[in-house]
Design a protein around this ligand. Sequence first.
Ligand code: KG4
Ligand code: ZN
Length: 367
Amino acid sequence: MKSAMALIASRGRIVLGIETSCDETAVALVRDDRRVLSAQLFSQLAEHAPFGGIVPEIAARAHLERLDLLIARALEESGVSLGELAAVAATAGPGLIGGLSVGLLTAKMLALVHDKPLIAVNHLEAHALTARFTDGLAFPYLLLLVSGGHCQLQLVHGVGAYSRLGTTLDDAVGEAFDKLAKMLGLGYPGGPKIEAHARNGNPHRFPLPRPMVGEKHCNFSFSGLKTAVRRLVLELGSAALDPQNLADLCASFEQAVAEILADRTRRALARARELTGATPPLVVAGGVAANQRIAAALRALAEEWQVRIVVPPPPLCTDNGTIVAWAGIERLELGLVDPLDVPARPRWPLDPKAEPLLGAGAKGPKA
Ligand code: KG4
Ligand code: ZN
């Protein structure tokens, strides 16, 4: 019979990943051969929905109430014991400090008690490395991260090595969807609701601005679009809720966003080619990547540039424990472990050399 140690060795290294940076409490046990042994997720959507956005205090409390249970479930489902872990990884930022503290403290406690290495994961890096988990993608590649808290273009050179090519100067793109949905009384989160209405709409009915399109840099801005759409909703008054008007409004908004994202990403591909000498593959991550019109615009762009595009499946694009565990595995392989006094960081840009702009590395309440 195999000894316990031999069994553990043959199973590869297993990392526990903990995610509590925003409104998902998530845990996963992932092995270094990219096998997910268990993934647990509790979405706090219902708790925040009545407020039309995320309430940090409610989020922190919900993480505290659920995290232990999710860890216990993951261990039970996988049959893995804490003693078998190669490391404990937790998101340490950027995000809401209350939630980050719950996850990071839990990870520190487990690491200390079971004498395991601790890995403080940058949430943006977890998104950035997902394409290596799903598709084994080699460095370098261009990452477009589009979520409720972020809108960034990063050139990913390697683990811990990023050049920020662009970021939003105001709202994150998911936030723009959420704000429009709130204006129209469609509820939270807005993206899926806007997309559902947009399906029957005419994307060219309402002329809306495309801020920054055609500009030389790779940054984004959504405030002009948000103001224009608000004006339109006010002008239409109660007619905005007429089903065809609503569908056309949502489709026109989605079309504007898709064109903005494609234009900025096109610019970043060109910039990445200047920097690296070749056009890198494109990776899209974050909740907004689930939007079909946006995904189609980015696929068309990749085709135009003849580059590979990787869009991880929606459960790995939105916040989850698997991508945190995977980032932990990548860092562990490089010996990048952290001391037990590593702090939680509400702001933590991937590229520390990049000029601080509003929206870069920040992740706050989405509404
Ligand atoms: O990545 P995510 O789950 O959470 C973080 O922000 O980290 O992204 C959530 C965001 C929300 O703003 C939501 O409205 C948006 O992604 N979203 C979408 C769609 N599904 C989610 N936006 C547009 N179309 C969608 N289908
Ligand atoms: Zn995220």
